[in-house]
Design a protein around this ligand. Structure first.
Ligand code: PLP
Length: 394
């Protein structure tokens, strides 16, 4: 028996990412020779576009291997500022842009820059698994508000009003949503933003899936509604999902200048700049727009086809009810009619039928499961067939 001091409360209290855990278990089963249909991964099954890879390779060969300015290389910050100004009509200067080592870290920096001990953060559920844990690491208190399929997995202004207390500091929004794929309409988002303005909350708008939209859905940011909205909105995004660059670890933050400065100062002590040559690669996503658009279009056609297929097949299974989402690459079917705890459901689905999906309660929504359709059409077809077989035994 060793008698070492205890680990920190941060280490002891953190819940490891359940999505990464299920995906890791599926990958280790596959490595052991099992025929597993993996629906757990939160990443596109496409490769990074060639022109982006080539730009990073060139940067390495040109010796872009040293520290860069903490908030990012100037041409990339300029390109991002230009994107928000021109594409979204949100006037943005380069000084408002910070490039970070991943969208995940962008979220954490935003929470650290805005929240202290005692502050409450409103997190609409189903939520991305990392938000509550990041809030706890900042010493603040997560406050979950559940919006089920009854409201299209969307928070209403009344639900938001009811969750606000004098301690509320930050509202987290994520449209298009991971895990549900739900997309707020501009009117819905404007109404939520108005409540946040009225109660003087910051808004962290996680827009990492901004370009993965279907059925003509349109992305808007809370920052686009008014000057009052803009001065309190921190937009988080990144390269991982849109450009199939999950392993590059590059995220962005666009915020009012004082917040961007605070975020950059936090980052300067925690990681310094995001990987220098990776940033030069990412720059090509903007400087070679036509190639970028072609790669994105190819991905969107595949995702849309799979989304429709999966939605139709899921709803053919007696007992499953699934909304058709308009964004990201997930569906979030309701499996509550089987009377089985969703964690048990997903464990048995993996153990007995070799299908990996993540239980809804990991996202704060018991009775659901998340299926990622960022996988091949063949695996998708095989996986739903197995799921149907499993459901028939329940
Ligand atoms: C994937 C994801 C991110 C960030 O991903 P990174 O790989 O860290 O860039 C942020 N928010 C949500 C909701 C995501 O699904």
């Amino acid at each position: 028996m060793s008698n070492l001091p205890t680990l920190s409360t941060w280490a002891l209290n953190i819940a490891p990412s359940p999505t990464l855990a299920v995906d890791a278990k599926a990958k280790s089963l596959i490595a052991a020779g099992e025929d597993v249909c993996g629906f757990a991964a939160g990443e596109p099954d496409f490769d990074t576009p060639v022109h982006i890879k080539e730009a990073a390779i060139k940067a390495l060969q040109d010796g872009k291997t040293k520290y860069a300015p903490t908030p990012g290389i100037p041409p990339l910050r300029d390109a991002i500022a230009q994107k928000y100004t021109e594409f979204y009509q949100i006037p943005t200067k380069a000084a408002q842009v910070v490039v970070s080592p991943g969208g995940k870290f962008s979220c954490y920096l935003t929470i650290l820059a805005t929240c202290s001990a005692g502050d409450e953060v409103i997190i609409p559920a189903p939520f991305w698994v990392s938000y509550p844990e990041m809030v706890k690491l900042a010493g603040a208190t997560p406050k979950q508000v559940l919006a089920t399929d009854a409201t299209g997995f969307k928070l209403t202004p009344a639900m938001l009003e009811a969750a606000i207390t004098p301690r509320s500091k930050l509202l987290i929004l994520n449209s298009p949503s991971n895990p549900t794929g739900a997309v707020y309409t501009p009117a819905e988002l404007a109404a939520l933003t108005a409540v946040a303005v009225k109660h003087n909350l910051y808004i962290m708008s996680d827009e990492i899936y901004e370009h993965l939209l279907y059925d003509g859905a349109k992305h808007v940011s809370p920052a686009s509604f008014s000057a009052e909205a803009r001065e309190r909105t921190i937009i988080v995004s990144g390269f991982a999902k849109t450009f199939s660059m999950t392993g590059w670890r590059l995220g962005t933050i666009v915020a009012p200048a004082p917040i961007a400065k605070a975020v950059a100062e936090l980052q300067s002590q925690m990681t310094s700049n995001a990987t220098t040559f990776a940033q030069w690669g990412a720059l090509a996503a903007y400087t070679e727009q036509a190639k970028t658009q072609a790669a994105l279009d190819e991905m969107l056609i595949a995702f849309d086809r799979r989304r429709k297929f999966l939605h139709a097949e899921l709803n053919k299974i007696p007992g499953i009810n699934c909304l058709l989402s308009q964004g990201a690459f997930y569906l979030f079917p309701n499996i509550s009619s089987f009377g089985l705890d969703d964690l048990k459901f997903c464990e048995r689905l993996l153990d007995e039928h070799k299908v990996a999906a993540v239980h809804g309660s990991a996202f704060g929504a018991q009775g659901f499961m998340r299926i990622s359709y960022a996988t091949s059409d063949e695996i998708l077809a095989k996986g739903v067939e197995r799921l149907a077989k499993f459901c028939a035994t329940l």
